[in-house]
Design a protein around this ligand. Structure first.
Ligand code: 5GP
Length: 204
């Protein structure tokens, strides 16, 4: 098996990995830890119509745009995938992903299940990983305590979360986020195992 050495060029590749999981499962923390261990990994910055949350730095967590801008990006075919999630649009700009893969950088997308399905359809060799909570109660608690959504938005996200967890069987692997360090290491190991797969194809 190919050994992935974060910080020294990363895994053989370039490879594309998708990480999905319900809101509140801790995707951002796990991805941040993966990036800390593997600085050469390219993590795509999504475009969204969602209003910035407190603490979100523009163009670092997301590129925040209005709906008209998002729609014209769709029309110009600039997205690798996009979806509407809980009333807002989110999309992965194709060009930076294409450039990263062409430059030999393994690439990670943190996107929702609808987006993961689109990537599966257009790039069947991509690795799809679902991050899941240790239990439903833990997810409920995390979403309530982070306090970034009002009660109605939280309820909507919990409803979506049930459907997302049901989709886990469509994914190549499931990682339980019982501990951020452990989950990040498991994700890196899965990505390292991709050395045996054929490179992704089908980029727009
Ligand atoms: P949040 O508003 O909590 O940052 O994100 C809501 C959901 O949208 C999360 O499941 C997140 O993974 C997903 N998401 C973020 N960026 C993208 C994207 O570019 N495409 C898609 N399809 N989903 C995204």
């Amino acid at each position: 098996m190919t050994v992935c050495e974060p910080g020294s060029g990363g895994c053989a590749g370039p490879w594309l990995t998708v990480v999905s999981g319900p809101s509140g499962v801790g995707k951002s923390s796990v991805v941040a830890e993966v990036l800390r261990r593997w600085p050469r990994l390219f993590v795509s910055v999504s475009v969204t119509t969602r209003a910035p949350r407190g603490g979100e730095r523009p163009d670092e967590h997301y590129h925040h745009v209005d709906r008209a801008t998002f729609t014209s990006m769709i029309e110009r075919g600039e997205f690798l995938e996009y979806a509407e999630y809980a009333g807002n649009f989110y999309g992965t700009p194709a060009a930076p992903v294409r450039q990263a893969l062409a430059a030999g950088r393994s690439t990670l997308l943190e996107i929702d299940v609808q987006g993961a399905r689109q990537v599966r359809a257009t790039m069947p060799d991509a690795l799809l990983v679902m991050l899941v909570p240790p239990s439903w109660e833990v997810l409920h608690g995390r979403l309530s305590h982070r306090g970034t959504e009002d009660p109605a938005a939280r309820k909507r996200r919990l409803r979506v979360a049930r459907d997302e967890l049901d989709a886990a069987r469509e994914f190549d692997a499931t990682v339980v986020n019982d501990d951020v360090q452990r989950a990040a290491q498991e994700l890196i190991s899965l990505m390292a195992g991709m050395g045996r797969r054929t490179p992704p194809s089908g980029l727009p």
